[in-house]
Design a protein around this ligand. Structure first.
Ligand SMILES: [Zn+2]
Length: 327
């Protein structure tokens, strides 16, 4: 068992990242390359196969052998067949047999999972969740991803191809439109896109007319990081955008904690770096919307693994293939 290794893959719309991981959760080698989906699905698949071959060669140099590949991808996946059903970041991969393509080329088992679920598996294995039995995972990025770790394991629900979609929990039915087509989802309040839309809306209504935030908007250079910097510098519109985000997160967590009888959350994703701008309103909203929970008992943590969480979670998935009879 000592020299058995796995490959973890985080397949995003912009980059594909691969890592060679040993059985203890140590990353021995990691690579990042452009996904280049615009060149076509076949080209992307060939590139991914080449990256995996490079990891397999590296495993030999470490005196090990790769026994499987785990792969995290945004969107809906069919675990049993190893197909990407639909990925918002990779629309060209709709109903695409990515797992079987890799298996045929590399001769290794390939396990596919939603990207936020692999974040949860990774943090649960060697990250912030390793000593917590029950917790909610939220990844705050362009959108909001969610997962549930219950009884120490990823909750899979009825295996419908979606689970833990906390980003699409409705927190305000009259609220802003979400990418899913409904109104008032958590994602429409607490994502990078939601921050941008809040500022866009304020500027186009004439409520934001000067200052660094206005300049960013006017120059077409607005992004979540810029809004964060302006909030830190005291811009009231940027602060309101983050306050709304914290309010929505606190409301969603209050509901989840009350329903599940749990008290822990782990926040990841790039926008969670703006933690200091939303954590206070989050705490206030959690307190305001909780009737059963002793709010002081709530455990709100940031990801311990950062970008590595998805890679390690994907790797863990491949290791579990050999240890769990249910898979
Ligand atoms: Zn939605």
């Amino acid at each position: 068992m000592d020299n058995e290794m796995v490959i973890g893959v985080d397949l995003g719309g912009t980059h594909m990242r691969t890592a060679l991981v040993d059985g203890t959760g140590s990353i021995l080698r990691r690579q990042k390359t452009a996904t280049s989906i615009s060149l076509g699905v076949r080209q992307t698949t060939q590139r991914l196969i080449a990256e995996c071959r490079a990891e397999m060669d590296a495993a030999e140099e470490f005196g090990g052998t790769v026994i499987g590949i785990g792969l995290g991808v945004a969107g809906k996946v069919d675990h049993k067949r190893g197909w990407v059903v639909f990925s918002p970041n990779l629309p060209a991969m709709r109903d695409y047999p990515l797992g079987p393509e890799l298996e045929n080329s590399l001769g290794l088992p390939v396990l596919l999972e939603n990207d936020t679920n692999v974040f949860g598996i990774g943090e649960n294995w060697v990250g912030a969740g390793r000593e917590i039995h029950n917790w909610v995972g939220l990844t705050l990025g362009t959108g909001v991803g969610g997962c549930l770790i219950l009884d120490g394991k990823l909750w899979n629900g009825d295996n419908l191809g979606f689970v833990g979609e906390i980003g699409h929990m409705i927190v305000h039915p009259e609220g802003p439109r979400c990418t899913c087509g409904l109104n008032g989802c958590l994602e429409a309040h607490a994502s990078g896109r939601a921050l941008l839309e809040f500022v866009n809306d304020a500027a186009s209504r004439g409520w934001l007319t000067s200052g660094p935030l206005y300049e960013l908007w006017n120059d077409g250079k607005l992004n979540a990081q810029g809004i964060y910097r302006c909030s830190l510098a005291g811009d009231p519109t940027a602060q309101k955008a983050f306050a709304r985000m914290g309010w929505a997160l606190g409301l969603a967590l209050a509901n989840l904690f009350t329903v599940l009888g749990i008290r822990s959350v782990i926040l990841g994703g790039g926008v969670s770096a703006g933690w200091d701008q939303f954590i206070e309103p989050l705490g206030r909203s959690l307190a305001e919307h909780s009737s059963m929970l002793v709010v002081e008992d709530a455990v709100i943590q940031r990801s311990a693994l950062g970008d590595d969480a998805a890679l390690l979670g994907a790797a863990r998935l491949a290791l579990q293939y050999y240890s769990l009879p249910s898979l």
